[in-house]
Design a protein around this ligand. Structure first.
Ligand code: ADE
Length: 229
């Protein structure tokens, strides 16, 4: 998978993609993330990528020119499956959406800023708008990093243990069961006996039961099939 991120603040994303699992995924050639500075595509002498809103009002709006040029430049080099705009009014991101998107090959993600982008960008240049939650952040960079992380960790070979992404919370519509590691007893706080039994079938059954109970208590709407919770 290749992800091209368009942003006015590229440095916000550098450290995230140059550490940990995302760095390893790129080193192994399983994923490529390219962060592009929209200012490089500005024709303004001060390299501006925003302007005052027509009709007045507070806040700046990102202009269409640099965004159009950046997208056209990328599309001139390869075919993209989707151009995504991270926006609080987009479709709410959840695990089924991430699973579906993880089979795509080339994605462009546009990060908004200020009061968002000129509406003509949304009308003509964007295929899909994605929100990471019902709250407003100061820019689309964190949302772009969230979406990229959720996608890249699902690519075969990225996680050490091939099965571990499948046992994540939400993959079976349930939250994850509790996990424990050494020591077996921390003072009076003990690890549940069943996990020390070595009895694989009983452990699996216990974990499943815990997941169902936790889902009922913490995220009951996940158990309602037609409701993403
Ligand atoms: N930009 C600002 N807030 C956002 C959100 N919640 N999701 C996606 N993009 C955003």
């Amino acid at each position: 998978m290749r992800i091209d991120i368009l942003t006015a603040l590229p440095r916000l994303l550098d450290s995230y993609f140059n550490e940990s699992i995302l760095k390893r995924a790129q080193a192994k050639g399983l994923a490529e993330v390219h962060v592009h500075d929209l200012r490089e595509f500005s024709e303004d002498k001060h390299r501006r990528v925003d302007d005052y809103p027509f009709g007045g009002g507070a806040g700046m709006v990102m202009t269409i020119g640099p965004i159009d040029k950046a997208i056209a430049w990328l599309k001139g080099q390869r075919r993209y499956d989707e151009v995504i705009y991270m926006s609080p009014d987009g479709e709410l991101l959840d695990q089924p959406m991430v699973n579906r998107m993880s089979s795509l090959k080339n994605l462009i993600i546009l990060c908004g800023h200020y009061k968002g982008v000129d509406e003509r960008v949304r009308e003509h240049l964007i295929d899909r708008e994605v929100s990471i939650g019902n709250y407003v952040l100061s820019g689309g960079e964190l949302p772009a990093a969230v979406l990229s992380d959720a996608l890249i960790r699902l690519l075969p070979g990225v996680l050490g243990d091939e099965t571990s992404a499948l046992s994540d919370s939400f993959q079976d519509g349930l939250v994850a069961p509790p996990m424990y590691t050494r020591p077996e007893a921390y003072g009076d706080w003990k690890v549940p006996e069943v996990l020390l039994s070595g009895h694989a079938a009983r452990i699996q059954e216990w974990r499943h039961k815990q997941s169902v109970e936790r889902t009922q208590v913490r995220r009951p709407r996940l158990l309602d099939e037609n409701d993403p919770g």
